[in-house]
Design a binder for this molecule. Structure first.
Ligand code: IPM
Ligand code: MN
Length: 361
């Protein structure tokens, strides 16, 4: 019996997590999945209930779970909360405490959606790339940071971009190993022309590459990479980059697939207290503007669960079934609002999308 912790979080996180739980229930009864889950609070929901976006209690549960499924955190309701108690701090704390340093964000264009992208169909049709984002270092966590007075009444803000060689080496290894199972090409992205961290990044990746001579390595500056992603995304196979560039480039890659509502992610880690945890979450945020309206697209979260089946629960066959079913539902023309673009399609709600997927499983 595997144990998973479900943290729906805020906004549409709750709705998309609910649909994913229905999928888990279904697979438990009809496919002998044998997974036990528990729900708890994270982000703004946890702050409202406990005054903290991530409680010690939830952190302990997360450490003991075999995997974590997370919805989304954040919302304007918490705009004025101090930074360390903001919903996002809960998510970042979980990533850091569990040492989930490798964030895999695959951007795959389903055939049925190749005309939903804002880019021309021929540019995105058949796209299948993965962004490997470093998740526990860089400017997200670097010290010193803060806003200080430098003269009476005048302020300055400091963030620190910092990378240790071992952090770059271990994320590069994840990317090279992944490329070996795919098309054998890694593009390493930094700004070595401007940043010291970029210079070290390039040097360490080159060094690590010596152990992966069979994989092609290309270095690319981050601004050029942003441009290439919208110009000709199919030139890429695996992209590896730091925490901040990975955040930006993965939103961009997500949109190539038609909608942010389609992109899943897996955050995998080092061993912490004798266990390797994995956390699975959609790339999209809590979308407060549509929260509570049953309009959200649950596919990114259900696909995140299928990544969990693959990487944490050793259920490759079931993962494939879930992915095939999603493809089927899209082929049949069912669309949530974010991917609906013409009247030959059937517009469905979040829970209806859940129904359709479960019916076909
Ligand atoms: C993401 C999100 C988070 C990030 C936020 C919610 C802290 O945008 O997972 O991409 O910046 O990493
Ligand atoms: Mn982001």
């Amino acid at each position: 019996m595997k144990k998973i912790l479900v943290l729906p979080g805020d906004g549409i996180g709750v709705e998309v997590a609910d649909q994913t739980i229905r999928v888990i229930d279904h697979l438990n009864t009809s496919n002998n999945l044998n997974v036990e889950y528990e729900k708890d609070l994270i982000g703004g929901a946890s702050y409202d209930a406990n005054g903290e976006p991530l409680t010690q209690h939830v952190l302990e549960k997360a450490k003991q779970a075999d995997a974590i499924l997370l919805g989304a955190v954040g919302g304007s309701k918490w705009d004025n909360v101090e930074r360390t108690k903001r919903p996002e701090a809960g998510l970042l704390g979980l990533r850091k405490e569990l040492e989930l340093f490798a964030n895999l964000r695959p951007a795959i264009v389903f055939d049925a959606l190749s005309s939903s992208s804002s880019l021309k169909e021929e540019i995105v049709k058949g796209l299948d790339i993965v962004i490997v984002r470093e998740l526990t270092g860089g400017v997200y966590f670097g010290q010193p940071r803060g806003i200080e007075e430098y003269e009476s009444g005048k302020q300055k803000a400091i963030d620190t971009q910092i990378y240790f060689d071992y952090e770059i080496d271990r994320i590069a290894r994840v990317a090279f190993n992944l490329a070996r199972k795919r098309n054998n090409k890694v593009t390493s992205v930094e700004k070595a022309n401007v940043m010291e961290t970029g210079v070290l990044w390039r040097k360490v990746v080159k060094n690590t590459h010596r152990d992966f001579g069979d994989v092609e390595l290309e270095n690319m500056l981050a601004d050029n990479c942003a441009m290439q992603l919208v110009r000709n995304p199919k030139q890429f196979d695996v992209l590896v980059t730091d925490n901040l560039f990975g955040d930006l480039l993965s939103d961009c890659a997500a949109m190539l697939t038609g909608s942010l509502g389609m992109l899943p992610s897996a955050s995998l880690g080092a061993e912490v207290e004798g266990k390797t945890n994995g956390m699975y979450e959609p790339v999209h945020g809590s979308a407060p503007d549509i929260a509570g309206q049953n309009k959200a697209n649950p596919i990114a979260t259900i696909l995140s669960f299928s990544m969990m089946l693959r990487y944490s629960l050793d259920q490759q066959d079931l993962a494939k079934i879930v992915e095939d079913v999603i493809q089927e539902v899209l082929n049949e023309g069912f669309r949530t609002a974010d991917i609906y673009n013409n009247d030959s399609q059937t517009l469905v709600s979040c829970s209806k999308m859940g129904d359709l997927i479960i019916e076909r499983l």
